[in-house]
Design a protein around this ligand. Structure first.
Ligand SMILES: *Cc1c(COP(=O)(O)O)cnc(C)c1O
Length: 377
């Protein structure tokens, strides 16, 4: 079965009681048991809920994986992974992770004596140099945020496996439609389903997808023990979003390419960060490990920081908002919005200037998107 068909059919048998073709929203906390200790498959909705189960059975095959676990947010999914580690463990992360990932690593887990190194993972040598005897985890995001840096998943995994590291790939930007990190050897994929999987900016959710039986048992234990689970309505909405993921991604990518080509030729634009441009440092690797280049891009206009803030406030179709992956186009000023929690000196060091503007290109008519950017610039 191919991706677009799996997205619509996997894990979604018609309701056995009514024949309802779409998975019902099982809005229930508990389940009546015919005899003590003999539930009919479900006993309490923190542990398992049929709508959530349908979503998990849908998500796993999209990454060609055995298991998926879903959470109340992407960060809850990230937190669930971090529960595996103990004081004294060392973790290597890319140096421009999602702002919330950086925040939970440095402001929460560092206090529990987990040790972090942030390196530019697009260069294998940097990872090699950072590995220590207590290194347990390698955290990747590719394309990264907001500079769209590309890490070669396959060769990075080969290196990590020599040192028995768990490799996590945040696949939120690419989605399984464009990139399959588990097939390239990664151990766990994490998603913020808030973004492309949900696709409509109407829910917050997260997911982990993996193949390893032991890791799955451990992560499933934490999912229930910690309890940061998604409600059944949110699970229903993600399932609904996923049904159109394939067609949405086609249009997202097509529009983003047109926007990148418009910006790179624009006299008021200095630099465009988009992995689909042959001038981008990660272009060759992106071409190898992704089926298309996604719909996130950033650019630096030729202007002052203040003028850059004016540009993001003067678009009419692109909405000034955090988040991404929505049908509706969004514009964002990382330095004051999504990446404000990263200290200014760290932002500078990793190349996020105060002029940088990030776009999440939606699926509107491309002519309206180009006109809007033209008038704002
Ligand atoms: C949004 C996002 C997250 C966090 O997900 P939430 O659903 O907001 O908690 C993690 N990683 C990436 C790449 C994201 O874009």
């Amino acid at each position: 079965m191919h991706f677009a068909t799996k997205a619509i059919h996997q894990g979604q048998e018609p309701d056995p009681f009514t024949g309802a073709i779409m998975t019902p929203i099982y809005q229930t906390a508990t389940y009546v048991q015919p005899a003590p200790g003999q539930p009919k498959g479900f006993s309490y909705s923190r542990t398992a809920n049929p709508t959530r189960q349908a979503l998990e059975k849908n998500l796993a095959p999209l990454e060609n994986a055995k298991y998926a676990l879903t959470f109340a947010s992407g960060l809850a999914a990230i937190n669930n992974i971090m529960n595996i580690f103990k004081a004294g463990d060392h973790i290597i992360s890319l140096d421009d992770p999602y702002g919330g990932t950086y925040r939970i690593f440095t402001r929460l887990y560092q206090n529990y004596n987990l040790e972090f190194s942030f390196v530019d993972t697009s260069n294998l040598e940097n990872i090699k140099r950072a590995i220590k005897s207590n290194t347990k985890l390698l955290w990747l995001e590719t394309p990264s945020n907001p500079l769209l840096k590309i890490t070669d998943i396959k060769s990075t995994v080969t290196l990590a496996k020599k040192h028995n590291l768990i490799v996590v790939v945040d696949n939120t930007f690419a989605t399984p439609y464009l990139q399959l990190p588990l097939e390239l050897g990664a151990d766990i994929v994490i998603h913020s389903t808030t973004k492309y999987l949900g696709g409509h900016s109407d829910l917050i959710g997260g997911a982990l997808v993996l193949n390893d039986d032991k890791l799955y048992e451990q992560l499933k234990f934490f999912q229930n023990a910690v309890g940061a689970i998604p409600g059944p309505l949110d699970c229903f909405l993600v399932l609904r979003g996923i049904k159109t993921l394939a067609v949405r991604m086609e249009r997202h990518c097509q529009n983003a390419r047109a926007v990148a080509e418009f910006l790179i030729k624009h006299p008021k634009v200095e630099k465009v960060y988009y992995p689909g441009l042959s001038s981008h440092s990660g272009y060759q690797i992106a071409k190898k490990q992704m089926s298309d280049f996604g719909a996130m891009l950033s650019f630096e206009p030729k202007c002052s920081d203040e003028q850059a803030k004016k540009i993001v406030a003067s678009t009419k179709i692109f909405s000034l908002a955090e988040s991404l992956g929505c049908v509706r186009s969004l514009i964002n000023h990382p330095a004051t919005m999504t990446h404000a929690s990263i200290p200014p000196e760290v932002r500078k060091q990793i190349g996020i200037s105060d002029r940088l503007i990030r776009l999440s290109v939606g699926i509107e008519d491309i002519r309206d998107l180009i006109d809007d950017l033209e008038q704002a610039l």
